[in-house]
Design a protein around this ligand. Structure first.
Ligand SMILES: NC(=O)c1ccc[n+]([C@@H]2O[C@H](COP(=O)([O-])OP(=O)(O)OC[C@H]3O[C@@H](n4cnc5c(N)ncnc54)[C@H](OP(=O)(O)O)[C@@H]3O)[C@@H](O)[C@H]2O)c1
Length: 289
């Protein structure tokens, strides 16, 4: 089965490609924005290039596409709204239009940042109300996907961590670990709640959605609700690093262009029941890193 993956140089796209390559009946078609020389086997595709998107679908006719590509830097989305909309919404329109020619199963990644964070954890029936531009763009994209004439699934996720595809691309766990290893003190917020997600589990959920031809909205994350500070302390303890270097702070300690939803986190009962999704605990994820 031909499975197109966009954003294959990103945290999720890279891990998903790795998992698909190990599965006998899957023929992954990993694509990435053409920047310098791409690794062998990665097809250049900028999803904001409409003609290139159409050409890709004409040429490969994938049975499934998993759209992992997005502009994910929340503050950059706030300050460069045009680029955010282009990558997170307009590009999704291009993918949907091209996919409609081949009736490709469209699996789209979304985020807990579509919610205002007034309460959590949240299930799939919670009402979105984004409080920053990244969240607004991702919610707008979800609506484009829902109104398409394709078989579609939206997998929403929360605070993803894992082994980065390429050095220099940090996520919360690698940032904490590398900072403490170089004895750099860090301040971490203790007034936001999330259910952190191990990227290998998220990729496994994408594979389950592909296999089961899942349709509808699914919340995919870890099951443990914690603050980033709790997470940092657990990372430090797991890797036997100095917890004294970690200071708890509240969000007022940071000057950031984009507001963050205070309390999100997901209830994942639907994904467990319908997809057979079973995420690891944080320590199991750290051990697998
Ligand atoms: N990471 C999280 O904590 C988190 C939480 C909730 C939801 N999500 C969602 O999960 C999905 C995967 O995120 P991730 O963590 O894998 O993010 P990531 O590591 O930032 O990867 C996103 C990838 O998309 C690529 N991309 C951006 N614009 C593109 C374009 N026009 N054409 C082709 N590729 C493009 C980026 O390429 P460049 O390297 O060239 O920029 C990057 O490789 C996204 O939809 C994100 O919104 C992530």
């Amino acid at each position: 089965m031909k499975v197109a993956v966009t954003g294959a140089m990103g945290l999720l796209g890279h891990e998903l490609t790795r998992q698909l390559r190990q599965l006998p009946r899957m023929e992954p078609l990993p694509t990435a924005r053409p920047r310098g020389t791409l690794p062998e086997g990665i097809i250049p595709l900028d999803i904001t290039d409409r003609a290139a998107v159409i050409d890709f679908f004409d040429r490969h006719r994938p049975a499934v596409i998993v759209n992992c590509a997005a502009m994910t830097q929340v503050d950059q989305c706030e300050t460069d709204r045009e680029a955010c909309w282009l990558n997170n919404v307009t590009a999704v329109d291009y993918l949907l239009q091209a996919a409609s020619q081949t009736q490709t199963h469209f699996i789209h990644l979304s985020t807990d940042f579509i919610f205002d964070g007034s309460h959590g954890p949240l299930d799939e029936t919670a009402v979105p109300r984004p409080i920053n531009y990244y969240g607004e763009s991702k919610w707008a994209a979800e609506q484009r996907v829902r109104h398409s004439n394709l078989p579609w699934a939206i997998l929403r996720t929360v605070l993803v961590y894992g082994k980065p595809a390429f050095p220099g691309r940090a996520n919360i766990v690698t940032w904490v670990k590398e900072s403490l290893e170089s004895r750099k003190p860090i301040r971490v917020v203790n007034d936001q709640w999330r259910t952190p997600t191990f990227v290998n589990d998220l990729a496994a959920a994408c594979v389950l959605a592909i296999r089961k031809k899942a349709t509808g909205v699914y919340h995919i994350s870890g099951e443990e609700l914690m603050t980033p500070y709790d997470l940092a302390m657990r990372v430090a303890a797991f890797f036997e690093l100095d917890t004294q270097l970690i200071t708890a702070t509240d969000i007022t300690g940071f000057q950031q262009p984009a507001q963050r939803p205070p309390r999100t986190g997901f209830i994942i009962a639907k994904a467990k029941r319908e997809l057979g999704f079973e995420p690891r605990t944080l320590e199991e994820g750290l051990a697998a890193l």
